[in-house]
Design a protein around this ligand. Structure first.
Ligand code: FAD
Length: 408
C-alpha cells in the first residue's frame, strides 16, 4: 500500500484544477491523483462539435500533459472509498491511504436506461453530444438531414450542463434553415422536466427563442424507448390524469441520456443518504467539506452541491475548496464559502450566446457589465475561443480567472 498526504480521486476538470492550485500554493505538498484515463476532455466544446463549429480533436489532450508536474499520477480506477480507514482501494486491489481526500470522479452516463439506445446510438438518425466519439456524428446527421421530425430530449435525472440538450437544437434549427429545409421540418424539444430552464431570468428569453424558432415544446416527456423500424421515440408522459406512453415518429433524435453518481460513489459511506444529496458525495454546500468526514472534500459533478453541474461551477468551487483544505491542514477555521456560481453559455444559434451565469439563489451573477439575458456575438466568441483557451492554459494550471476583477 502507498500513502500520500492528499489523494485526489478523479483527474477531470475538478481534480486537475484542485491539484494545480494546491501545488501553486505550496509546492512541497504531497499530492496524488487517481485517474484511469489516458485522455483529458474539454467537454463543454462537444456542443459546438455536434454543431459542426469545433473540431473534436481540439477537445482532447493527453492526461499526462494535464497532471501537474509535482503531482503523482496513480493510473487506476478507484473502486472503493474507505473513509473510516482514511484510504481508498483501486480496481487492482491496491490500497492508497491519505491524510486528506478530495473526491471528484464526475458522473456516470446510463445509455442503457433508455431501451434500444445502446444498439442504435450513432446510427439510424440517433445521436448524442454526451460522448467524445458521438458528438461528430451529431453534426453528420444534422448536415445530412433531409427534412422531417427532429427531436431533442432532456432526461428525468440530474445531468451535467443542463443547457446542452437545447443548445444543439438551436444550432440544428439554424442549419436546417440554411439548407432550406425548415419548412419541411418539425423541431421538437421533449423534456422530462417541467420547463425550459431552471433559472427564471434565463427561462424567459429562452421561451421567446423557442417561439421565434417555431419549436414545439413538450414538458414532462421522459424518453424511455427507441425503436428503429420504423423510427419511433417512446416517452413516458406525466399529466394531471396520470402517466401514459406516447410514441413520436422521428427522422433525427438527439438524446441527452440519464445520468447518476458513479456506482462506487453511490455505494460508499461518502454518499448522501436522503433528499437531493442522495447518492452524491455529501458535502457542505458552502465549505465543500464532507458532512461526516472532516478530512474529506468533494466538488464537481460527483458532489451534492445544489448547483448546475458545469466546468464553470468547478472553476468557482476549486479555490474555495483549496483555501479551506489548506486552512484545515493548519487547524484554522474554514472561512471560504462557495456561492453556488455556475455558468451555462446558452448557444442559441451560430454566433449567438446568452451567457447564463447564476448563483444558489438563482439570481443572474454576470461577470461582465452587460445585460446577461441577451443573445450576444461577443459571448459566442468567448464560448468558441476564449473559454477553451482559458480552460487549458489557466484553469488547469491552477491560475485564477480574475472573475472578481471583471465583475461589475
Ligand atoms: P469530469 O471532468 O467529467 O472528470 C471526472 C474524471 O474522473 C474523469 O477524468 C474520469 O476518467 C475520472 N474517473 C471516473 N471514474 C473514476 C474512478 N473510478 N476512479 C478515478 N477516476 C475516475 N460545462 C460548462 O461549464 N459549460 C458548458 O457549456 C458545458 N457543456 C457541456 C456539454 C456537454 C455535451 C457535456 C458532456 C458537458 C458539458 N459541461 C459544460 C460540463 C462539464 O464538462 C462538467 O461539469 C465538468 O467536466 C465536471 O468536472 P468533474 O471534474 O467533476 O468531472
Amino acid at each position: 500500500s502507498t500513502h500520500h498526504q492528499i489523494v485526489i480521486v478523479g483527474g477531470g476538470s475538478a481534480g486537475i484544477t484542485v491539484a494545480a492550485q494546491l501545488l501553486n500554493a505550496n509546492s512541497n505538498l504531497d499530492v496524488a491523483i487517481i485517474e484511469p484515463s489516458e485522455k483529458h476532455y474539454y467537454q463543454p466544446a462537444w456542443t459546438l462539435v455536434g454543431g459542426g463549429a469545433f473540431a473534436a480533436e481540439d477537445t482532447v489532450k493527453p492526461e499526462k500533459e494535464c497532471i501537474p508536474e509535482k503531482a503523482t499520477w496513480i493510473k487506476a480506477y478507484c473502486q472503493e472509498f474507505q473513509p473510516d480507514q482514511n484510504q481508498v482501494v483501486t480496481q487492482d486491489g491496491s490500497v492508497v491511504s491519505y491524510d486528506y481526500l478530495v473526491a471528484c470522479p464526475g458522473l456516470q452516463i446510463h445509455w442503457d436506461w433508455v431501451e434500444g439506445l445502446p444498439e442504435t446510438l450513432g446510427k439510424n438518425g440517433v445521436c448524442s453530444n454526451y460522448a467524445f466519439e458521438q458528438a461528430p456524428k451529431t453534426w453528420e446527421m444534422i448536415r445530412n438531414f433531409k427534412g422531417g421530425t427532429a427531436i431533442f430530449t432532456y432526461p428525468g435525472t440530474a445531468i451535467k450542463c443542463p443547457g446542452a440538450p437545447q443548445k444543439i437544437m438551436y444550432l440544428a434549427d439554424e442549419a436546417f434553415r440554411k439548407n432550406g429545409l425548415r419548412d419541411r421540418s418539425k423541431v421538437m424539444y421533449c423534456t422530462a422536466t417541467g420547463g425550459i430552464f431552471g433559472v427564471p431570468a434565463y427561462a424567459k428569453p429562452l421561451m421567446e427563442i423557442v417561439k421565434r424558432k417555431d419549436i414545439e415544446m413538450r414538458v414532462k416527456y421522459n424518453l424511455k424507448t427507441i425503436k428503429t423500424d420504423p423510427k419511433e421515440a417512446i416517452f413516458e408522459v406525466t399529466t394531471d390524469e396520470g402517466v401514459e406512453s406516447v410514441s413520436i415518429p422521428f427522422d433525427l433524435l438527439h438524446v441527452s441520456p440519464p445520468m447518476s453518481a458513479p456506482d462506487f460513489v453511490k455505494n460508499s459511506p461518502l454518499a448522501g443518504t436522503e433528499g437531493a444529496a442522495k447518492g452524491w458525495i455529501d458535502v457542505n454546500k458552502f465549505t465543500l467539506q464532507h458532512n461526516r468526514y472532516p478530512n474529506v472534500f468533494g466538488l464537481g459533478d460527483a458532489s451534492s452541491l445544489p448547483t448546475s453541474k458545469t466546468a464553470a461551477a468547478v472553476r468557482s468551487e476549486a479555490p474555495v475548496l483549496v483555501q479551506n483544505l489548506l486552512a484545515l491542514m493548519e487547524s484554522k477555521s474554514l472561512n471560504n464559502q462557495y456561492d453556488g456560481y455556475a455558468c451555462c453559455p446558452l448557444v442559441t444559434g451560430y454566433g449567438k450566446v446568452i451567457f447564463a451565469e447564476f448563483d444558489y439563489d438563482k439570481n443572474p451573477s454576470p461577470t461582465f457589465p452587460l445585460e446577461p439575458t441577451e443573445e450576444r456575438y461577443s459571448m459566442w466568441l468567448l464560448k468558441r475561443y476564449g473559454l477553451p483557451f482559458l480552460y487549458w492554459n489557466r484553469m488547469l494550471k491552477g491560475k485564477n480567472f480574475e472573475r472578481s476583477l471583471l465583475k461589475k
